[in-house]
Structures are given as structure tokens and as C-alpha cells.
Design a protein around this ligand. Structure first.
Ligand code: MTE
Length: 317
């Protein structure tokens, strides 16, 4: 099922280590100081749940946003991954992420919000009823999958954080943990992995806060314990293993844009009319299929088109 060497790799950059260490110190301090007011103290002392991959998630309802398409076999979705913190090889993360610890896990909500908080992931996943969302997922490299993710709209969390009027963007940061993530020992990307959305994109009901797939807890290699899934954007926007959600006035500098600005933009909407500088984006191959199929504008999610009305999508790629 290999599709050749990943092209999706940057010129390396030297990691400014002190920046990370300071950020980590801040996160650790924030975690210690973390209050329970966001959801009530009892939420934080409840036993951790959904900590194990392959554990079934109860009470999952079907979503009207689901695509009516053939679902990609789970084995492909769990053994063909982009997760550079573990490996730049697609087959690497399944094995290398096997023992990654996803509990205890906190997410820092900070920046331009009323409710700055450090939240336990098991508190977050109870914010709303879990839904199954069958989404097309298109990687910038030209392969695609159809996955029954489990989660709920990201806006459920954003609303609870109560963003201030000046919050125009949301920045997502992945965990930085060199001990557990061997890929972070290499400077293939500037760690930790950062992604960002405009506030209206984050509020769009299609934007999914995700903690499961195929009815079960998210496998580590697919982003446990918490990731986002943005089906109208190229896969790299869908950050895995999130530890910080930061609200800001300024457009975040996302990792791939920083690594190769002429190749990966901020918006990264699926767009067959804008080629990657090194390859066409007109077609894609579903994992497990032989023939390519045409790639659709916004990956077929036309309901997001109004978010970009009047924007030059060739410039804002
Ligand atoms: N998130 C982190 N933290 N690190 C990564 O390397 N890769 C991205 C995205 N999220 C990546 C990440 C890319 S390029 C893709 S295509 C998707 O995750 C792949 O998600 P999947 O492995 O669950 O299919």
C-alpha cells in the first residue's frame, strides 16, 4: 500500500530548544495551577475513562454530516499514518506509538478567552454527546481515506472557553515529549507541531474535536487522546495529540507553513485548481484502490465555501 517516499518533508530547521523548554515549563506550571472551575471540581477527580485504544465508546449517535461512502478498512487507517513525532515512514507510527501514554492528559486553554483553564481530557470529552462522523480525509500528498471518526463539533469546546472579541484565530499545539516521541529527536520539523484555524473555521460545525474512530478510542498513531479533524482541509491541518488550545489575535504560524512556506499555506483547503509546487492536486487515490479519482473543491464539503467568499484561493492556499 506504499505510495512511494513522502515528498511531504521540509528543509530542516534547527530547533530553538530554549523556546520549547520555556514553553514546557509554562505548561507544567499551568497544569499544576489548573483550576477545576471550567467544568466543576468533581469532573477532574472522576476516574480516567476512555484511556485505552480499542475500548468501545458508548452512546455514539450518527451524524447528518456523514458521507455515504465506502469506509476505508481500519487496518489501513491505523498502519498508514503521517505522524512525524514518531516517524517519517507511513508504517512507523503504528509500532512506535504503541506505548505512548495518553493518560493522565491535560489540555491548556489560554490566550484571548474568558475561561483560561487547564482541563483533563476526560472532562473535555464529556462536553457533548459523541457522534460518529464519516468524513473524507485528503492528504496533501495525494492519498485519501474515509473514516468514521468519533467526537463532536470543536465549537462545543470553543463556546465553553468564551473567546474574547479580539480572538480571531485558534492555535493548536501537539505534545512535546522527546522521551516518548523518537521523531522529535530529529529536526525534520520545528517541534512541537502547531496548527491553526481562523475563528469562523473553528466554529464551523464540520470542524471535529475527535477522540475515537470505528466506534472505539482513537489509536495512538491516529492522534490519541485528542485531535482535530477538518475534512475540507488537507490532512496536515488535523493536528494530533493536542495539549494546548490558544486563542489569539494573530494568525498562527503553522508548522508546515514554517517549514516550507511556498508549499504549505495557512488555509490548506483542498483545492484541485491549485497545484502543489511539486505535484498536481487534481486527483487522489483512496487507500486500497487502484484507480485515481478526481479531487473535489473543499474535498466535496461545499458548505464551507461561504467562509472563503471573496478570497483569492490561489494566494491563500
Ligand atoms: N499531527 C501531528 N502532531 N504530527 C503529524 O505529523 N501529520 C498530519 C496530521 N496531523 C501530523 C499530525 C498529516 S500530514 C496527516 S495526513 C494526518 O495527520 C494523518 O492522520 P491519520 O494518520 O490519522 O490518517
Amino acid at each position: 500500500m506504499r505510495m512511494g517516499k513522502p515528498n511531504h518533508i521540509s528543509s530542516s530547521e534547527i530547533t530553538p530548544r530554549d523556546v520549547y523548554l520555556n514553553r514546557r515549563k509554562f505548561l507544567a506550571a499551568a497544569a499544576v495551577a489548573g483550576a477545576a472551575a471550567f467544568a466543576g471540581i468533581d469532573e477532574l477527580v472522576r476516574p480516567a475513562s476512555l484511556a485505552r485504544a480499542d475500548e468501545k465508546i458508548g452512546g455514539v449517535t450518527k451524524s447528518p454530516f456523514s458521507a455515504n461512502e465506502k469506509i476505508t478498512p481500519v487496518n489501513s487507517v491505523t498502519h498508514y499514518n503521517n505522524y512525524y513525532e514518531f516517524s517519517t515512514e507511513k508504517e512507523g507510527p503504528a509500532e512506535l506509538a504503541k506505548n505512548f501514554r495518553t493518560r493522565p492528559w491535560t489540555v491548556t486553554i489560554d490566550g484571548a478567552v474568558e475561561k483560561k483553564q487547564v482541563l483533563d481530557v476526560d472532562t473535555i470529552i464529556k462536553f457533548a454527546a459523541p457522534e460518529e462522523r464519516i468524513y473524507r480525509h485528503r492528504c496533501v500528498e495525494g492519498w485519501s481515506i474515509v473514516v468514521p471518526w468519533v467526537g463532536f463539533s470543536l465549537n462545543e469546546l470553543v463556546k465553553r472557553a468564551q473567546p474574547l472579541g479580539k480572538a480571531k484565530f485558534v492555535e493548536f499545539t501537539t505534545i512535546y515529549d522527546v522521551k516518548q516521541m523518537p521523531g522529535q529527536r530529529r529536526n525534520v520539523l520545528d517541534w512541537p507541531y502547531v496548527e491553526g484555524l481562523r475563528m469562523d473555521e473553528a466554529m464551523h460545525p464540520l470542524a471535529l474535536l475527535c477522540f475515537g474512530m470505528y466506534g472505539e478510542v482513537l489509536p495512538n498513531q491516529d492522534g490519541a487522546p485528542l485531535r482535530i479533524v477538518l475534512p475540507w482541509k488537507y490532512g496536515f491541518k488535523s493536528a494530533k495529540a493536542i495539549v494546548r488550545i490558544h486563542f489569539t489575535e494573530h494568525q498562527p504560524l503553522n508548522t508546515w507553513n514554517k517549514a516550507a512556506p511556498s508549499e504549505y499555506g495557512f488555509y490548506s483547503n483542498v483545492n484541485p485548481n491549485v497545484d502543489h509546487p511539486r505535484w498536481s492536486q487534481k486527483t487522489e487515490r483512496r487507500l486500497g484502490e487502484f484507480f485515481k479519482r478526481p479531487t473535489l473543491m473543499f474535498n466535496g464539503y461545499d458548505q464551507v465555501a461561504s467562509l472563503y467568499a471573496g478570497m483569492d484561493l490561489k494566494k491563500n492556499f
